[in-house]
Design a binder for this molecule. Structure first.
Ligand code: F6P
Length: 441
């Protein structure tokens, strides 16, 4: 059996930067603390591990997240800020609450600030001010969806943000957000270091799309999948209730179709799953329309699940970019609805199309219990990392353990569905859809 080469980004350093020597004894009443030499293996494949060791290379590993016995910041003096950026995601409030509780009750930190509406809140020209946070203020916020602090898309001038952090005497900035936010956090951290300011930047990865590189799960994803399942169930019911009924559900997922793929596996009655990672044609003998035709003649109904970023090559227009710099997408759901209806009408084939676009409904809800628990851990681990003076660090989860990742490592490459991986293979098995719906193949 040949041994696959290690992916290029794994050769990058997983070393975590720290602001300096940790000389303050942690106030946490733990019997067992984590140390920087507690590691989590990146690669559990024995063949690759052996080959690496044989080549004289260290096994690639991440630092374990968790409370340190000696910390960098004095809890009595340190002032921290929490910011939530980008699109909403179930669990944002749970992470904020968890951080505030950990800081306040466990470390005894009293100067905790909340930044309003994302990076915009750190630009004084927006006059948003900072909120004072304590356990009383964040009480019950985890019962609600959205972000208690408010969020926004788009960057703000990095030098202005760093000026604000310095002026406000913020020593730890906790940034909760997706890849755009994390890119911002890297730029802010670099500017802090250029100025030699000794401010820690700690990221918590957030996105329902679950597309952050080197992070096996982001919070909000499970909740979004659970919500999406409801739409799929309804669309399937509608499709089955009509002669040659076709249900179409469009789900979020700009570059990665994890929500669509996982929700489809959960309902186990989708006929087609279309994701940004796997191209498909509409027309021709192998295209979606012909495949759908054949499913209808066999089963009398069909459910099509499409991620919003799928089939973008079917649009000629350039729709511009959003404030985060993301390419705006053509509406693939509406295009499918129109083209499917036209196709069956032209064949004079009796059918009905029921289209559901749950849109923001899947991400503006409160987090489901599993995500809530996950968020509690993420918030706590972020606080431990910050108090230990770790910076440019992201709290990741790898092999079911919480780890410290350099933010730069995580944003190098987006996580996507692999066409030969187990997830997509399972989707193909569960739907029975052809492996390729591209006519030229
Ligand atoms: O990044 C998460 C996400 O929910 C994507 O799936 C979606 O494309 C995007 O946000 C839409 O967010 P907004 O409308 O806020 O830009």
């Amino acid at each position: 059996m040949s041994i696959q080469p290690i992916e290029p980004e794994l050769e990058l350093s997983s070393h975590i930067q720290t602001l300096g020597h940790c000389s303050v004894t942690s106030p946490l009443p733990y019997r067992r603390f984590m140390s920087d030499s507690d590691l989590v293996m990146y690669d559990l494949d024995p063949g690759r591990l052996k080959a690496r060791v044989r080549d004289g290379l260290e096994p690639m590993a991440f630092e374990r997240a968790g409370a340190r016995e000696k910390i960098y910041f004095d809890p009595a003096n340190v002032k921290v800020a929490i910011v939530t950026c980008g699109g909403l995601c179930p669990g944002l409030n749970d992470v904020v609450r968890s951080m505030v509780h950990e800081l306040y009750f466990m470390y005894g930190v009293r100067r905790i600030k909340g930044v309003r509406y994302g990076w915009a809140g750190l630009n004084p020209s927006n006059r948003l001010g900072l909120l004072d946070l304590d356990p009383e203020v964040v009480q019950g916020i985890n019962e609600d969806g959205g972000s208690f602090l408010g969020s926004s898309r788009g960057p703000q001038p990095v030098d202005v943000i760093v000026d604000t952090l310095f002026r406000e005497d913020i020593r730890i900035l906790f940034a909760i957000g997706g890849d755009g936010t994390l890119r911002g956090a890297v730029a802010i951290n670099k500017e802090i270091q250029r100025r030699g300011l000794g401010i820690a930047v700690v990221g918590v990865p957030k996105t329902i799309d679950n597309d952050i590189g080197m992070v096996s799960r982001t919070f909000g994803f499970d909740t979004a999948v659970a919500q999406a399942v409801e739409s799929l169930r309804c669309a399937h019911t509608e499709a089955r209730g009509a002669r040659n009924g076709i249900g179409i559900v469009k789900l979020m997922g700009r570059h990665s179709g994890f929500v669509a793929a996982n929700a489809s596996l959960a309902v186990a009655n989708a006929s087609f799953v279309l994701v940004p990672e796997i191209p498909f044609d509409l027309d021709g003998p192998k295209g979606l329309l012909a495949s759908l035709d054949s499913v209808l003649s066999k089963r009398g109904h069909a459910l099509v699940v499409v991620a919003e970023g799928a089939g973008q090559d079917l649009f000629d227009d350039d729709f511009g970019t959003d404030p985060s710099g993301n390419r705006k997408l053509g509406d693939i759901g509406l295009l499918l609805k129109q083209r499917i209806s036209e196709y069956f009408k032209s064949k004079k084939f009796e059918h009905t199309v029921k289209y559901i676009d749950p849109s923001y409904i899947i991400r503006s809800v409160p987090a489901a219990p599993n995500d809530r628990i996950f968020c509690v851990f993420l918030g706590q681990h972020a606080v431990h990392a910050g108090m230990a003076g770790k910076t440019g660090v992201l709290i990741g989860s790898w092999n079911n353990l919480f780890v410290h990742l350099p933010i730069e490592l995580a944003i190098r490459r987006r996580k996507q569905i692999h066409p030969d991986g187990i997830l997509w293979t399972s989707v193909l098995e569960s739907t029975g859809q052809p492996e390729s719906m591209v006519n030229s193949l």
